[in-house]
Ligand binder design. Structure first.
Ligand SMILES: [Zn+2]
Length: 199
């Protein structure tokens, strides 16, 4: 019981699983469910395929269904992939692509993720993987979203441009911060989940 209280204190209770028998309980942190773990494995496979095909010099994408099965894959250009042909089939899917630039989701990425109804978007680069899950309930009005993104873009650009001009920061460093903040601010405003993980 002491252990459980400790865990609760650490606010990790939702990860807790009890094993053993009365008088001899053990409390361990619950692992991800089999399905979720399986999907992470398939996502890593998709990363590997993308890097193998592109050398991370241009973009490519893989679409997985919720069981982790590949339903589409495609090579793109240096900074884009035309997805018009598969857009209507992205609902509830996991959309995985790479960003040779290393930076986070673009405003277009966020709009595609929202309007297609996909479950999750990933962008992978040499250094990072980015994860965005749109909020399930209540999709925001797209006009409001576009307005927010445009406004944020301008604000962030104005904020970091002087740093680049004065030589305190490279254009690439400013870019990294710009897009990461854009995605962070977007989720703060409209909900959903966003994370940047180091690879
Ligand atoms: Zn992208």
């Amino acid at each position: 019981m002491e252990k459980l209280e400790k865990a609760l204190e650490l606010r990790k209770a939702k990860y807790l699983k009890r094993t053993g028998s009365p008088g001899n309980y053990k409390y361990i942190y619950r692992e991800k469910t089999g399905r979720r773990r399986g999907i992470e494995k398939e996502i890593k496979k998709a990363y590997n395929w993308i890097f193998k095909e592109t050398g991370n010099k241009f973009e490519a994408m893989v679409v997985l269904d919720i069981d982790g099965k590949v339903v589409a894959s495609k090579l793109g250009q240096e900074n884009s992939i035309n997805i018009d042909d598969i857009f209507s089939s992205l609902k509830d899917k996991i959309f995985i692509h790479n960003h040779p630039s290393d930076s986070s989701f673009s405003d277009d990425d966020i709009l595609v993720a929202l309007t297609s109804g996909m479950k999750e978007m990933r962008a992978v680069s040499n250094k990072y993987e980015y994860i965005y899950r749109p909020k399930k309930s209540s999709r925001p009005d797209i006009d409001i979203v576009e307005h927010f993104l445009t406004h944020q873009q301008e604000a962030l650009y104005n904020r970091w441009r002087p740093e680049v001009r004065s030589g305190k920061m490279t254009a690439n460093e400013a870019n990294m911060i710009h897009w990461h903040e854009l995605a962070t601010n977007f989720v703060k405003k409209f909900g959903g989940f966003y994370e940047r993980r180091e690879r």
